[in-house]
Ligand binder design. Structure first.
Ligand code: SF4
Length: 148
């Protein structure tokens, strides 16, 4: 029996969670299907269950902080965003934040009923690139229909 692969974030970095499904396995990119934009309307938004890594420009665009606040006192900003439940992690060395995941793995900004992004126009850069230019297997996605 093979050992499970280590799950990765939306950008392809390692994470510690797993979502299993018949056929497509989120955490095993070799099971993913060729990406088609038309699939998104019927997908349960599996890609929005990866940990989402964002940078300050993403947080500015999302409107959860400002350049002034970030440059004035970054540690206090990190504490505030954690307390507000928006981020779950910050790595000072890389300047990367990880958005909070709710209901298991769902992105903080994913509507759990509609499975749609609630901040689509302001979504982070990593979400704009996935899966065409970002991810463990570019050009392929973990498509799982809403009916499953
Ligand atoms: S910000 Fe929107 S597109 Fe990006 S993972 Fe969250 S719900 Fe999905």
């Amino acid at each position: 029996m093979s050992s499970p692969t280590r799950p990765k974030s939306k950008s392809g970095q390692p994470d510690g969670r797993a979502v299993m499904a018949r056929g497509v396995n989120r955490d095993r990119p070799f099971t993913w299907v060729p990406y088609r934009l038309s699939n998104c309307a019927s997908c349960k938004a599996t890609c929005c269950t990866f940990p989402v890594e964002v940078s300050l420009p993403d947080l500015f665009r999302l409107g959860v902080t400002t350049e002034d606040e970030a440059s004035f006192d970054l540690p206090t900003l990190v504490k505030r965003l954690k307390k507000a439940g928006i981020i779950q992690k910050f790595t000072p060395k890389t300047g990367i934040f990880v958005l909070t995941q709710k209901n298991g793995d769902d992105c903080f900004y994913l509507d759990s009923k509609t499975r749609l992004c609630t901040v689509y126009e302001q979504r982070p850069k990593v979400c704009r690139g996935f899966p065409e230019t970002v991810g463990s297997r570019t050009g392929y996605c973990p498509y799982i229909p809403k009916s499953k």
